[in-house]
Design a protein around this ligand. Structure first.
Ligand code: URA
Length: 232
């Protein structure tokens, strides 16, 4: 049960003060009956605003096809960000929506977004070893023996003391490959290739755990059932 004014404000409809006005004006019903007491408590599933059910009152989990050119930061000073792709109301929610891990500005592909802090921790923790599949194109031919180096579990990145966990490299053409990581270090794919003298030209994340983009167009998102990762 949630307080009506707080519920509307937290779901991004309006400020708490405005919510009180909306409720007093009769725009909100509970189980089909107008409720004018903004302090009343209700089950969010039974609340409607202007005749429509509430917008995802139980939380959001989104799968986004991130385009290149957008950053994953909320900080506007870092440039245009992925949150600009979402409906304005969702950007006003509290708790706010955040990405589960990040992709670089120049990387495209599958990115999960949620307002569930627990899920962010669960899926970004190295303990859980969620496999992430990246497709990279390279500026020069891949050197022989690269798969063995990436799989070794001993590869050290510049300025780091802990070796990278074993990663699976599938060479597709002389200048393109698919790399599966279970970690998510800063710029990890680009840095792993750079450590072996290879420059990554394009990078795309095709899979995150059991999820792939299927035919989702670039810049679009779809909602996933909140229980998608429930059994982990
Ligand atoms: N590795 C990178 O280098 N960049 C990303 O965006 C993700 C993984």
């Amino acid at each position: 049960m949630r307080r009506l004014d707080q519920l509307l404000a937290n779901l991004g409809y309006c400020s708490r003060r405005e919510a009180r006005g909306w409720i007093q004006a009769g725009r909100v019903t509970v189980r089909g009956v107008t409720e004018k007491d903004f302090g009343a408590k209700a089950n969010p599933a039974e609340v409607q605003v202007d005749g429509a059910p509430l917008d995802h009152p139980d939380g959001l989990l989104l799968l986004l096809h991130k385009p290149v050119g957008l950053v994953c930061s909320h900080d506007e000073r870092e440039g245009p960000n992925i949150y600009s792709l979402l409906p304005p109301r969702w950007r006003e929610r509290n708790p706010g929506i955040t990405s589960i891990g990040r992709l670089d500005k120049d990387t495209s592909g599958l990115l999960l977004l949620t307002d569930q802090t627990e899920l962010v921790h669960q899926l970004t923790s190295p303990k859980h070893k969620v496999p992430k599949v990246y497709r990279a194109t390279l500026a020069s031919d891949l050197p022989a023996g690269l798969a063995a180096i990436f799989a070794s579990g001993t590869l050290l990145l510049k300025d780091e003391v802990k070796p990278c966990a074993s990663a699976d490299l599938k060479v597709i053409t002389p200048r393109s490959a698919e790399l599966t990581l279970t970690e998510g270090r800063y710029h990890q794919v680009r840095r792993m290739f750079a450590s072996q003298g290879c420059e990554v030209l394009t990078l795309h994340r095709a899979q995150f755990g059991p999820l792939s983009l299927t035919d989702l167009p670039v810049g679009q998102w779809r909602t996933l059932p909140p229980e998608t990762f429930a059994s982990r």
